[in-house]
Design a protein around this ligand. Structure first.
Ligand SMILES: CC(C)(COP(=O)(O)OP(=O)(O)OC[C@H]1O[C@@H](n2cnc3c(N)ncnc32)[C@H](O)[C@@H]1OP(=O)(O)O)[C@@H](O)C(=O)NCCC(=O)NCCS
Length: 411
């Protein structure tokens, strides 16, 4: 894998993913991604005519996010009609998977110059809009694995691990405080692309979701978000979702402790991001100056009911492929889908909290599903350069019990 190079990364700010309320919610998802493509071209990181393919992660591919968003965004950006586009779905790992596929393309020599990233506008195409739920409503599969909604999985993981409400809220406060410092110090500036409206006026230039005044007392007052969902009697024999999850993974006291709230879960968001990848031959031929190279990529599956526990094993798999160990990684980006995911992964890998999500994460900044993986890679790259460190590992948990990871190193 050493032969795939990262030339540049860019992203929009993350807007609140609520219709009519989020600053980006008036923009078509194709146009949002097209703005990132144009920005990369404008800053000289891409000459559009050389791009062989644009690989885009997007989870809810229906309505405005249907119809192969990537190809349409290429056309919307005014790029040459020869540039192709493909849109993929690996749930929350989609944006990083897009990069990993592009990295494989350039590392193998099959491609030379590829743009990869993701987009999700949850204000316009809400989570679940494709109607498939988490299992395509396949009742036969449901007899084997009844995949409960991820909020219940997150609460079940917290219960099994013995995390308290204070533990998960502490992760949320940390995410907010670190994001606040990052924004004050303009640490996201290198990647950020201001989004403009139809008149050319800037409508959003910094992340919209963070609540820098968050306190642990304020968080403690929030009601858990997944109690009613857990009590929904939707099983074949009238069992509740909590009972279904507990049948697969019994807890000590026979209950699920519902600890996740609006304050310690990832925020619903709009956003788009992209990374430019090149092969070694293309870098040499054009005299490009890569910012980093990709050392390893990996995916792995784990229990589909717990659903969110694969970031630790996928990190170990990627580290093995790169012939590295946990202590060789300077910075970790573990997607903050829910606070318990970060805590469980840190515990499994025995990570130093000072190296994990140093600029906050999706709890403070939001998680536009298909885009987040590519955003995290760009954030890690910018931070490696800012703090003069060398290696980063980016990982995300994924619906269905999967995870994806990428290890990068500055060059
Ligand atoms: C948890 C969840 C259901 C909460 O949704 P929500 O109720 O619409 O959440 P909001 O962000 O609008 O917050 C609701 C309220 O909580 C309070 N709140 C949220 N964050 C807070 C914080 N940090 N401090 C204090 N109060 C806070 C506020 O009162 C807020 O209302 P306001 O925006 O009017 O001020 C939703 O964020 C969610 O589903 N997240 C997970 C998404 C997901 O599953 N992604 C895939 C991952 S695998």
């Amino acid at each position: 894998m050493e032969k795939s190079y990262i030339i540049d990364a860019a992203r929009t700010p993350r807007g609140r993913g609520k219709a009519g309320k989020g600053a980006l919610s008036g923009i078509h998802p194709q146009e949002l991604f097209a703005q990132v493509l144009r920005a990369l071209e404008k800053r000289g990181s891409v000459s559009a005519k050389d791009v062989e393919d644009v690989v885009v992660g997007c989870v809810s591919q229906s309505g405005e996010q249907g119809a192969n968003l990537s190809r349409n965004a290429v056309l919307a950006a005014g790029w040459p009609i020869e540039v192709t586009g493909v849109t993929l779905n690996r749930f929350c790992g989609s944006g990083l998977q897009a990069i990993n596929f592009a990295a494989m393309g350039v590392a193998s020599g099959a491609q030379r110059f590829v743009v990869a990233g993701g987009v999700e506008m949850m204000s316009r195409v809400p989570m679940g809009a494709d109607g498939g739920g988490v299992d395509g409503n396949n009742m036969k599969l449901r007899e084997r694995f009844f995949q409960v909604p991820q909020g219940i999985s997150a609460d079940l993981i917290a219960t099994l691990e013995g995390f308290s409400r204070e533990d998960v809220d502490e992760i949320a406060v940390r995410s907010q405080k670190r994001a606040a410092v990052a924004m004050e110090e303009n640490r996201f500036g290198k990647s950020l692309v201001a989004v403009t409206g139809d008149t050319g006026k800037i409508i959003l230039e910094k992340d919209e979701l963070p609540r820098p005044d968050t306190t642990k007392e304020g968080l403690a007052g929030l009601q858990p978000s997944f109690v009613a969902m857990g009590a929904a009697a939707v099983g074949p024999k009238g069992e509740t979702l909590d009972q279904i999850a507990l049948a697969a993974h019994p807890t000590k006291d026979g209950t699920i402790h519902h600890l996740h709230t609006a304050g310690n879960s990832s925020g619903i968001a709009d956003g788009a991001s992209a990374v430019v990848l090149a092969s070694e031959a293309f870098v040499e031929e054009r005299g490009l100056k890569p910012r980093a190279r990709i050392l390893a990529t990996a995916t792995i599956g784990d229990d589909p009911v717990l659903m969110l526990t694969a970031p630790a094993p996928v990190s170990q798999k990627a580290l093995k492929l790169a012939k590295m160990s946990v202590k060789d990684i300077d910075l970790w980006e573990i997607n903050e889908a829910f606070a318990a995911v970060v805590l469980q992964t840190m515990r499994r890998l025995d990570l130093d909290p000072a190296r994990v999500n140093v600029n906050g994460g999706a709890i403070a900044l939001g998680h536009p599903l298909g885009s987040t993986g590519a955003t995290l890679l760009g954030t890690a790259l910018d931070e490696l350069e800012r703090s003069n460190r060398q290696t980063a590992l980016v990982t995300l948990c994924i619906g269905g019990g999967q995870a994806v990871a990428t290890i990068l190193e500055r060059v």
